[in-house]
Design a protein around this ligand. Structure first.
Ligand SMILES: N[C@@H](CCC(=O)N[C@@H](CS)C(=O)NCC(=O)O)C(=O)O
Length: 105
């Protein structure tokens, strides 16, 4: 069973290849909302949201893992995409859907 996944992919086998989508976020964050909208528009059903405003340990985790202080910070599988701007750039470059499909960036 996959935690991430794209609705564009049909069938259990395809779903099992879809990487997890994880987003470090805060409650009040327009960039997080925009990023989520784009991910949803590209068919992502499940996003693991890590609320760093509620959990200082997870904030430290984000800082250590990404070396970034702003939210969102988005992971698709093991790939650190970055923030909202980077997500949009990836999409415009035609590399977001392949990444969501587990085909690498
Ligand atoms: N260019 C970034 C901007 C992200 C950003 O500014 N996020 C705000 C919250 S919406 C933030 O983390 N502000 C805290 C800070 O700048 O330290 C992106 O596209 O993700």
């Amino acid at each position: 069973m996959v935690r991430g996944g794209s609705a564009a992919q049909e069938g259990d086998q395809a779903m099992s290849l879809a990487p997890q989508v994880l987003m470090y976020a805060t409650a009040v964050c327009p960039f997080c909302i925009r990023a989520e909208q784009l991910l949803r528009a590209r068919g992502v059903v499940e996003i693991e949201k890590v609320r760093i405003d509620l959990d200082p340990a997870r904030r430290s985790e984000m800082l250590t893992r990404t070396a970034k202080r702003t939210v969102p910070q988005i992971y698709i599988g093991e790939t650190h995409v970055g923030g909202c701007d980077e997500l949009i750039a990836l999409d415009r470059a035609g590399r977001l859907l392949p990444l969501l499909a587990g085909e690498g960036a």
